[in-house]
Ligand binder design. Structure first.
Ligand SMILES: Nc1nc(O)c(N)c(N[C@@H]2O[C@H](COP(=O)(O)O)[C@@H](O)[C@H]2O)n1
Ligand code: ZN
Length: 404
């Protein structure tokens, strides 16, 4: 078996770029591009990092839009700041220009994503910047949205405005990796998170799993949830762990809690439907257990029937709902199927320095059908760090470059 299922749906040729913008976008989002030299001064970097700090204030709330921050600088001083709070509301540049008022004339504006150049839910920021009379625009990264894709930069330059592109580009890209993935692959970014012992178990043989990792790691998971649009689990996780799936330890945005269950053989008293702290959606198949559907609806849980319930179908549905990122917090069987269907791009593995043994104790990823080590899925861009008493390893499955 080769690795093709994992990347089958991750094909960036889905997006129709013009030949000109294709190269610009590819070089910004890191497809086909060698490492780059630092762009801009240390001051430029500081201002761009401030943009990212502002952008993060809306973490988890902007989808399908990106996280964007903007800073207006006049004579070396910040005179206006802004960030994009949520889709439908003005863009970061508009808030920063409003805060700067007349001081925007002749100023430099830093913005972590290329200013838009189209009428969407809001008018083009490129025109707003021209009207405000800014002298220079410093851009973190090109917007991969084909409606923008270099067009905002070209419009500003055509109006005689100096534009510098690529300041702190990789940090800008990292913050919006889910937005970029959504645009390129027409699916939310799938992140598989699990916690396991040093001997690779997520629970004891009897199913006990509270807690594998340290308190610090669990808080980090709540931060991670806050940055995502949805968390998915399967029916087994609801039955065995009865999770809350909230961000209660960090008091932040709660993503949509999604349960995938074909037959709706789920407990009536699960915490997911007894706590209203976060919205809950149950994905099932046509005609499944109508009585239980009624019970869920009474508890305020949304139920959606898909024609066939697979990880890819679930991701396609969540893409249509405008989601950029989905956190898989499921058990091994669903995780294996999500990986096999290309619904996972990034893996976050918390590894606790504990050994529990047990030849049938559950592991984080079930059967992928591999028989030789040559079939193993190797992650790239791998990093690790210590969190509390645990180690967090993160990496990405390889993705195809835009082959257009
Ligand atoms: N540069 C920039 N700043 C922001 O604050 C933004 N939200 C965006 N978003 C880009 O515009 C598209 C959304 O447009 P509407 O909000 O619907 O008008 C989004 O897809 C990005 O391409 N850009
Ligand atoms: Zn805009």
């Amino acid at each position: 078996m080769d690795n093709s299922p994992v990347v089958a749906q991750a094909d960036a040729s889905l997006v129709n770029y013009t030949q000109e913008s294709k190269h610009l976008v590819e070089s910004t989002v890191g497809l086909n591009s060698p490492p780059k030299e630092k762009i801009g001064s240390d001051f430029d970097s500081r201002m761009m990092l401030r943009c990212l700090e502002l952008a993060r204030r809306a973490l988890g709330r902007t989808s399908p839009n990106p996280l964007v921050g903007a800073v207006v600088v006049k004579d070396g001083e910040i005179v206006g700041e802004g960030f994009h709070p949520r889709a439908g509301e003005p863009h970061a540049e508009v808030f920063a220009l409003r805060a700067a008022g007349d001081r925007a004339r002749g100023a430099t504006i830093y913005v972590s994503l290329e200013p838009c150049n189209h009428y969407g839910r809001t008018p083009p920021c490129s025109e707003g910047l021209i009207q405000a009379g800014v002298a220079k625009v410093v851009v973190g990264m090109v917007d991969p949205n084909p409606l923008v894709a270099g067009g905002g930069i070209a419009r500003l330059r055509a109006a005689g405005i100096e534009v510098l592109v690529g300041v702190e580009e990789s940090a800008c890209h990292q913050l919006n990796e889910a937005f970029v993935h959504r645009i390129l692959y027409k699916r939310p970014l799938g992140i598989l998170k699990y916690a396991m012992t040093l001997d690779g178990k997520i629970a004891t043989t009897s199913g006990h799993s509270a807690w594998v990792t340290s308190q610090e790691a669990r808080t980090e998971v709540h931060q991670l949830r806050a940055a995502c649009d949805a968390i998915i689990v399967g029916g087994n996780t609801v039955r065995q762990d009865n999770p809350y799936l909230t961000t209660r330890q960090v008091e932040a945005h709660n993503p949509l809690r999604v349960v995938m269950s074909r037959h709706l053989n789920l407990p009536e008293n699960a915490r997911l439907w007894q706590t209203a702290d976060a919205p809950t959606l149950v994905l099932t198949e046509k005609g499944a257990n109508p009585d239980f559907q009624e019970l869920l609806l009474k508890q305020g849980v949304e139920v959606v029937e898909l024609t066939s319930l697979t990880p890819d179908k679930a991701m396609a549905y969540l893409y249509e709902r405008g989601f950029c990122s989905v956190l898989w917090e499921c058990g091994g069987t669903l995780a294996a199927s999500a990986i096999a269907q290309g619904a996972v791009q990034k893996v976050l593995a918390f590894i606790a320095p504990k050994i529990i043994g047990g030849s049938i104790a559950p592991t984080p990823v079930g059967d992928l059908g591999f028989t030789t080590m040559t079939e193993a899925l190797s992650l790239e861009r791998v990093r690790w760090r210590v969190v509390g008493s645990d180690c967090l390893v993160e990496g990405y499955f390889p993705q195809k470059a835009n082959s257009q």
